[in-house]
Design a protein around this ligand. Structure first.
Ligand code: ASP
Length: 346
């Protein structure tokens, strides 16, 4: 005998009405509790020189990463969405002056701070992004607003800031983003450039630390939904108006419940050309690769073009990949067993 769809529906309805609502709620909660959650974050990849890293400095970096993990994990653990968790984790890192996003953003060649950010919801495959914003304390929050309150995916410069104002976000003075470390890094790069073109002056070694950094988060929530969020001040001494991979969906950020969620960091121009974040998803979808293999292969394609950096990715099983081709990447994760890990070096 065939059971028709309507018979199934009827059977379900009978079943549902037979279960008292309180019991049903408890059952749902039990289901939620058995669902896997996972979170990974990064605070930029590069040549992280151990000899220049004091104990205090390392503690501060680790502390920032731990606070970001805690903020995101607390949301996931109580059944919140991966979207909320990634936004919360990135906000913590944007507020921390050690990281190149929000408050600690690097300087452009004109001595200004211009920030990019994006967020993507793997469930709906909706996304929001902002480019070259100068007065937004938490660009990731504005990226989310673009996704949720505008018909667009990306807004930049003055238009993005007008949209922020119209939606109740206060603009902050550029002074808020000033850090002496980032300012000094700009001066070092300018001096090195001068030397390169004139041949006069002492040779200065420019580290990746001077040049870039970025923050990001990927998460899997109890509903099985994934999200990715990335935020950056970009690269030191970039031309005003330069937009990197961070707000480009498919380059610096991508999330799709069918495959994975990805957030990248590194030489943005190369990540854009390699469509790196989407590449991870595509390799899983079309080549059937595991998350680990897909993440490494996508990063290798960035390297083949000449780009350095790293990425973080999570899949629907809560598996996490954190490949990088530099000697360090500020990173951390909480795996589905609730294990917290924070690492910097290889
Ligand atoms: N990807 C960022 C950009 O190019 C910088 C970084 O991650 O270091 O703007």
């Amino acid at each position: 005998m065939f059971i028709t769809a309507s018979a199934f529906q009827f059977a379900e309805e009978v079943d549902r009405s037979a279960t008292p609502p309180a019991e049903k709620r408890a059952e749902n909660n039990r289901n939620m509790e058995t669902k896997k959650i996972g979170l990974a974050i990064h605070g930029g990849a590069g040549t992280i020189d151990r000899s220049k890293m004091t104990r205090d400095k390392e503690r501060e970096y680790r502390g920032g990463l731990e606070r970001a993990l805690n903020a995101g994990y607390e949301i996931l653990n109580r059944g919140g969405s991966s979207l909320d968790a990634t936004e919360a984790a990135v906000r913590v890192l944007e507020d921390d002056p050690h990281f190149n996003a929000g408050r600690g953003s690097v300087f452009t060649s004109a001595g200004t701070n211009e920030m990019d950010a994006s967020i993507m919801d793997g469930k709906t495959v909706r996304a929001g992004a902002v480019g070259s914003v100068k007065h937004i304390k938490n660009p990731i929050g504005l990226a989310r607003l673009v996704m949720e309150k505008s018909p667009h995916v990306m807004l930049d410069c003055a238009g993005a800031e007008a949209f922020a104002k119209a939606n109740g976000i206060d603009l902050v003075d550029q002074k808020y983003f000033f850090t002496k470390e980032r300012w000094d890094a700009l001066q070092r790069i300018k001096a090195a450039e001068k030397h390169r073109t004139s041949g006069v002056g002492k040779i200065l070694v420019i580290t990746d630390q001077d040049r870039h950094g970025t923050v990001g988060a990927v998460a899997l929530d109890k509903g099985g939904n994934m999200a990715a969020a990335t935020s950056t001040g970009g690269t030191t001494n970039k031309l005003p108006g330069r937009i990197g991979d961070t707000p480009v969906i498919g380059a610096g950020t991508y999330a799709n419940n069918q495959t994975c969620a990805v957030s990248c960091t590194g030489d943005g121009e190369y990540f854009i050309r390699a469509a790196a974040a989407h590449e991870v998803s595509a390799l899983m979808k079309y080549r059937g690769m595991t998350l680990q293999d897909a993440a490494q292969t996508a990063l290798d394609s960035v390297k083949q073009l000449g780009g350095t950096g790293g990425l973080i990715a999570i899949d629907r099983n809560g598996d996490i990949a954190l490949p990088f081709n530099t000697n360090g990447m500020y990173r951390g994760y909480v795996d589905p067993n609730g294990k917290f890990v924070v690492e910097i070096y290889r």
